[in-house]
Design a protein around this ligand. Structure first.
Ligand SMILES: NC(=O)c1ccc[n+]([C@@H]2O[C@H](COP(=O)([O-])OP(=O)(O)OC[C@H]3O[C@@H](n4cnc5c(N)ncnc54)[C@H](OP(=O)(O)O)[C@@H]3O)[C@@H](O)[C@H]2O)c1
Length: 255
């Protein structure tokens, strides 16, 4: 392991990116937090060559501002191409990308078709890589509730999940960033399985939110059908230690 590498975090101002940048800086690395707000845009290529000059490692934790089918595919395809081309030119030795557990099982969704395209570009590029597929972040639970809300009710299936807190995702990505490329995909999940309806119900209760979660086997998850295998990891995921109950008690108003 090298002590002071130059590491570029694409999406360095986002939820995961901010935590990853801090984590790597604390370990003594030279870290560039790259995003449009700091003049680096992977979609247009602006600022990319300058940011990547002399970098050994790039971690891509950017996300598309729009999740509309065409826009999100365009974002991950064009950004992925621009980024990998710039990395090859700069001699970057390790590309790490954050993807989602089950991406290949969720292709009925435009968002996951775009994540699959991102992964495929990485696999066919000459730049050595590690793809980290994480499960849903605890912080995403409010978004799931919102997406399934009709008036005062939230209609969700009881599909199994194994969500993880963002701090544990950032810590795992920091470890991967300073290790050798695996040229493979690894999975990352939280410590415990939980059903989707229950995940959202507990979150709403802890927040004093009066919306009622209705368990409905036919309800969709962001427009697609999911079952107990869709969102859960395979046999040997890396596990983040933080439990949902502990996160809830620290992140929600105490009543
Ligand atoms: N949500 C989940 O539960 C979950 C689960 C597993 C994996 N993931 C993956 O985790 C990744 C990060 O998610 P997040 O929630 O941390 O994202 P986020 O908070 O929405 O942050 C997105 C980041 O992308 C940057 N960005 C947007 N457009 C860009 C562009 N054209 N060029 C360069 N950077 C750009 C943003 O920069 P500005 O601030 O400058 O706009 C921001 O830093 C995503 O790829 C997602 O697929 C998410």
């Amino acid at each position: 392991m090298i002590n002071n590498m130059k590491i570029v975090v694409i999406g360095g101002s986002g939820l995961i990116g901010t935590k990853l940048v801090n984590n790597l800086r604390q370990q003594g690395h030279e870290v560039v937090a790259a995003s449009p707000s700091s003049g680096v845009n992977t979609l247009t290529g602006d600022g990319l060559a300058e940011a990547l000059a002399g970098a050994q490692v790039v971690v891509d934790v950017a996300n598309s501002p729009s999740w509309e089918d065409k826009a999100v595919l365009e974002f991950f395809e064009t950004s992925g191409r621009n980024l990998l081309t710039a990395e090859a030119a700069a001699g970057v030795g390790h590309h790490i990308a954050l993807s989602v557990v089950g991406t290949d099982r969720l292709l009925a969704s435009g968002y996951f078709r775009a994540k699959m395209a991102q992964e495929n570009l990485i696999k066919s590029s000459p730049v050595p890589y590690t793809i980290v597929r994480a499960t849903q972040f605890f912080e995403f639970v409010g978004g799931i509730a919102q997406s399934a809300t009709e008036g005062a009710t939230v209609r969700l299936p009881s599909a199994l999940m194994q969500p993880i807190v963002s701090d544990d995702v950032a810590a795992a990505l920091a470890d991967v960033a300073i290790a050798e490329p695996l040229n493979d995909t690894v999975e990352l999940a939280g410590p415990e399985p939980i059903r989707m309806d229950e995940f959202v119900r507990r979150f709403l209760e802890a927040n004093g939110d009066s919306r009622k979660v209705i368990t409905d086997a036919h309800a969709l998850y962001y427009g697609i059908k999911v079952n107990d295998q869709s969102l859960t990891p395979g046999d040997h995921p890396r596990l983040g230690p933080t439990r949902f109950e502990d996160w809830l008690s620290h992140s929600t108003p105490q009543r």
